[in-house]
Design a protein around this ligand. Sequence first.
Ligand code: FAD
Length: 287
Amino acid sequence: MYPTSFDYYRPTSVAEAIELLRQHEDARVLAGGHSLLPAMKLRATTPAVLVDIGRIPGLAGIRTTATGLRIGALTTHAAIAASDAVKATCPILAEAAAQIGDVQVRNRGTIGGSLAYADPAADLPTVMVALNATLIATGPNGEREIPAREFFVDLFTTALRPDELLTAIEVPALGAGSGSAYVKHRHPASSYAVVGVAAIVTLRDGRCADVSLAVGGATANPVIATAAQQALIGQAPSAEAIAAAAERVTEAITNPLSDTYASGEYRRHLATALARRALTAAVGRAG
Ligand code: FAD
């Protein structure tokens, strides 16, 4: 199907893009187009105006900061997966980006587009929630910081205001003694995550001093598996302790998504199995 007709603007600065969003109530930002354009072709969304941010200088790129990395919203999944800085500072992000779609999707799709779209089956939102990254939104009144754990509000809904652009993402460096892993059960047709789990474990004196465990795909937005985290903190990371913690992941999945591919019960089962795998891999990489 063809999209309905729309006006097209290609601003050359963030300020110009924001002004266009402010002027046109029914405008949508266009980044890599790999989620928006398919939705427009299906007429699931019919914006009257597209604001193409793809040529705005300075919105793509990865920079090392005092606390981690600052990643421009237009940075592609392929650039993140290939980045030595990401692999060294925050390897779980490179690991997840490398599992997105196929080569074409990774070369066109952007981190900003993935987060702003808030597709429950996307990979990067889960990793951002596990990392508790900071998302930088820029609007008419300048920049504001939104913690990843407050950014995803509902299915395809974020805390971004209509006249704001997501301009950058700040991710913390993983500290000494930390290991991380992202594992997913991929949909066989699209590669999207039916369920994806991000685990970060910090070991100190042979015990789990800190654990961050996020589950995506099972619910409208990624959730932190608090009970599972608490079950592991303070424990030696034995296979039994990890399995016992993973069993408690379902306590965070109270209202699971369900569709023709995977029922809610199956998603809860996947979350438990994938949490065990992710925690085991993260512990193996820690230290
Ligand atoms: P666009 O499609 O351009 O935009 C998406 C939405 O975000 C739009 O609503 C747009 O207005 C908004 N937006 C974009 N950038 C900004 C910004 N900077 N500020 C504010 N709003 C913005 N994703 C996965 O996570 N895992 C997968 O396995 C996967 N498989 C895929 C397979 C296929 C065949 C396809 C087509 C896509 C797949 N994707 C997958 C999605 C892919 O990662 C998309 O590229 C991504 O979700 C959206 O990024 P984009 O740059 O293409 O954004």
